[in-house]
Design a protein around this ligand. Structure first.
Ligand SMILES: Cc1cc2nc3c(=O)[nH]c(=O)nc-3n(C[C@H](O)[C@H](O)[C@H](O)COP(=O)(O)O)c2cc1C
Length: 172
């Protein structure tokens, strides 16, 4: 069983990013386990003091134990949401993302700048960002129905492609 960890960039349970992570969970092949980490909001602000809080150790272990990570996030103020950046900062020194297969889905009103910024951050932490495994979904709210299903066929197809690309790299 391969393990993929879903990491949202929004703290709101019914945000587009969290809804899309649920849609992704329903698309995951049977031989893959997909767990959504919902703790980014409980991580303390990063500092590089010696003592590492338990919540951070837990998050680091979740990333470490996973075969791949799929991040789904909005763009805030032309950048990466602070809580997501904070979570990633906690892994800079400890290296859990080193060579880790990662897919990135940015689901936002626009999202290009946040998407590009996050790709740079992933490069900084030496994550292995998957070819064909990144997706920008602009105007995301118009692509979801009131129940949180994706109603845009192109987006459904593209989400399948992202999952396939991530699983394929891990399977190799
Ligand atoms: C504080 C804040 C800042 C935002 N800044 C941007 C932005 O810079 N670019 C963008 O595309 N959307 C921005 N948005 C809108 C989000 O992308 C928007 O919430 C998006 O439609 C995702 O939907 P969600 O809120 O359901 O996740 C911002 C939203 C908030 C709350």
């Amino acid at each position: 069983m391969i393990k993929i960890l879903g990491v949202p960039g929004s703290l709101r349970a019914d945000s587009s990013s969290n809804l899309i992570l649920k849609v992704i969970a329903s698309m995951i092949p049977k031989h893959v386990s997909f767990e959504i980490y919902d703790g980014i909001g409980s991580l303390p602000h990063f500092n590089d003091a010696k003592d590492v809080p338990d919540s951070v150790i837990y998050f680091r272990n979740k990333v470490k134990e996973s075969d791949g990570v799929l991040i789904c996030t909005p763009e805030y103020a032309f950048g990466v949401p602070g809580s997501l950046k904070n979570a990633l900062d906690w892994t800079v020194g400890s290296g859990e993302f080193f060579d880790k297969p990662v897919s990135l889905v940015t689901a936002s009103s626009q999202g290009e700048k946040g998407h590009a910024a996050l790709l740079l951050i992933l490069e900084a932490i030496s994550a292995k960002v998957i070819n064909n495994g990144t997706l920008l979904i602009p105007s995301v709210r118009a692509k979801l129905d009131p129940s949180g299903n994706v109603k845009d066929q192109a987006t459904i197809t593209n989400l399948h492609k992202v999952i396939e690309a991530l699983v394929q790299i891990i399977d190799k």
